[in-house]
Design a protein around this ligand. Structure first.
Ligand code: ZN
Length: 254
């Protein structure tokens, strides 16, 4: 996971201002029903999930999932993910569903990311643990700035790199936030470990080739060394898959 830097919000999200204001009025009119989950808000994916929004997020995230750094293949299914869940929130597994969720952030740019469906739907779901659950904003009168989320916000004030490091292909949480993110987003799920290991092994071969002494090498070998170094230099860029792992791998090789 690396930090996501987003450009200005797409104009499409302006269409969410009126429905959000209407939802806030609805909540104030019958807060008991929304708190109980018997009344629900309809957050329109035609707005937050519009191609215009997706395209900006996808470009900002270098066509990678905001959590696992897996590359989105062409036409692969992916979701515009709400960092603070829109329908309900759970402090943890087997914890109560806290309705009505962060409905007032359904179309708010800072709350939106582009995520692979495995990270979003199979792992993160509606989990949104806080360091202190008592600070949770339960409706639009609350203050999310008072919350200290345990799952790292990809574009938030904390740099994910300070909280999650890689021991070869394995993600290791270095802080409570890092540990919670690895756990709730499933950063060490088996298919992901296998995909990172495969990439790690390729890069390890490149690293060996890059370390061949140049002195006395044939022209062909010099070319191999140069190619391997170029390959590694590209693999560590934020535009490449699993770049956080690669950065730790190359730093560890020094
Ligand atoms: Zn993912």
């Amino acid at each position: 996971m690396i930090r996501v830097v987003k450009p200005d919000a797409p104009a499409k999200l302006l269409e969410g201002i009126h429905p959000t204001a209407a939802d806030c009025l609805l909540y104030d009119g019958d807060s008991a029903a929304y708190d109980a989950g018997t009344a629900n808000f309809e957050i329109s994916s035609a707005i937050y999930g519009h191609a215009e929004v997706k395209d900006v997020l996808r470009a900002a995230q270098h066509s990678k999932c905001c959590f696992c750094e897996g590359m989105f293949e062409a036409n692969a299914a992916a979701d515009v993910e709400h960092f603070r869940p829109k329908k309900y929130a759970q402090q943890g597994r087997r914890q109560a569903k806290l309705y009505p969720g962060y409905y007032w952030l359904g179309y708010v740019w800072s709350n939106l990311y582009y995520s692979c469906q495995v990270c979003n739907r199979s792992h993160k779901k509606n989990f949104f643990p806080l360091g202190d659950p008592a600070t949770r904003a339960r409706n639009h009168h609350g203050d999310v700035a008072a919350e200290a989320p345990l799952i790292l916000d990809p574009g938030g004030p904390l740099d994910p790199r300070d909280h999650i490091r890689f021991d070869d292909e394995v993600a290791v949480g270095a802080t409570p936030q890092g540990k919670a993110t690895v756990d709730y987003v499933g950063l060490n799920r088996l298919p992901l470990i296998e995909a990172r290991l495969e990439w790690f092994q390729i890069l390890d071969l490149m690293r060996c080739a890059a370390a061949i002494p140049e002195e006395g090498a044939t022209l062909e070998t010099l070319q191999t060394i140069a190619d391997a170094r170029a390959f590694l230099a590209e693999a560590v860029l934020p535009t490449s898959k699993f770049s956080a792992m690669v950065e730790d791998m190359l730093a560890g090789a020094a």
